[in-house]
Design a protein around this ligand. Structure first.
Ligand SMILES: C[S@@+](CC[C@H](N)C(=O)[O-])C[C@H]1O[C@@H](n2cnc3c(N)ncnc32)[C@H](O)[C@@H]1O
Length: 192
């Protein structure tokens, strides 16, 4: 499979959601449900004051995360996905259309979740996102990443996206815990 060289553009995702509002079967797949529970278990605290979810899609993981947050900002580049996400989420979640790396929101956030999103970016854009995470994470905050490890034509593999992000985030959040590394990699970065 030939890997795409550039960051995937917003239209790639908008077209996907217009053709099928749940293209990855987030609502019905047992695999996704198991992975979401593992993601919730990876959080080191019971509650977060101000969290950010990058690439929230149709809001399935958003809904689960929001139960652990006083406030959750959920962003995505797709207007169609955001419309679906808004209809199933509670008032402690704010949704915003934002296309990374340019539109990274202002924190500070005590939790940033990037689940199944970083491999859509080429390396320079992933570096910009990691820099924004460093700038917007609270001193005692944590960042959770999740990546499917199968073969794709995305700009980065799950492993490459994970390793590059780890390299760029290390000066700010040197403690890395890899919590699941089979089929998907689930990991958490923190300062201590
Ligand atoms: C595979 S879905 C992941 C959904 C969710 N995080 C999960 O794990 O269930 C990836 C999402 O990232 C969004 N996305 C892709 N590129 C983006 C960008 N440059 N800025 C913001 N969101 C983006 C897509 O629209 C899509 O909804």
């Amino acid at each position: 499979m030939t890997r795409k060289a550039a960051t995937l553009p917003p239209d790639y995702f908008e077209d996907k959601y217009k053709a099928d509002i749940d293209p990855w079967r987030f609502r019905s797949s047992a695999y996704e449900q198991e992975k979401y529970q593992a993601t919730l278990s990876s959080l080191s605290r019971r509650r977060y004051a101000n969290a950010l979810e990058v690439g929230c899609s149709i809001g399935v993981l958003t809904r689960l995360l929001s139960a652990r947050c006083a406030h959750l900002l959920a962003i995505d580049t797709s207007v169609t996905a955001l419309e679906a996400a808004r209809s199933v989420n509670d008032s402690n979640v704010s949704f915003r259309r934002a296309t990374l790396p340019a539109d990274f929101p202002d924190g500070p956030f005590d939790l940033i979740v990037l689940s199944e999103v970083l491999y859509y970016f080429a390396k320079p854009d992933l570096q910009l996102i990691a820099q924004s995470c460093r700038a917007q994470i609270a001193p005692d905050g944590e960042i959770v990443l999740c990546h499917w490890l199968g073969e794709t034509d995305y700009p980065l593999t799950g492993i490459d996206a994970s390793e590059l992000f780890a390299e760029f985030i290390k000066p700010a959040l040197p403690v890395r815990a890899i919590l699941h590394d089979e089929t998907y990699r689930l990991e958490r970065f923190s300062a201590a």
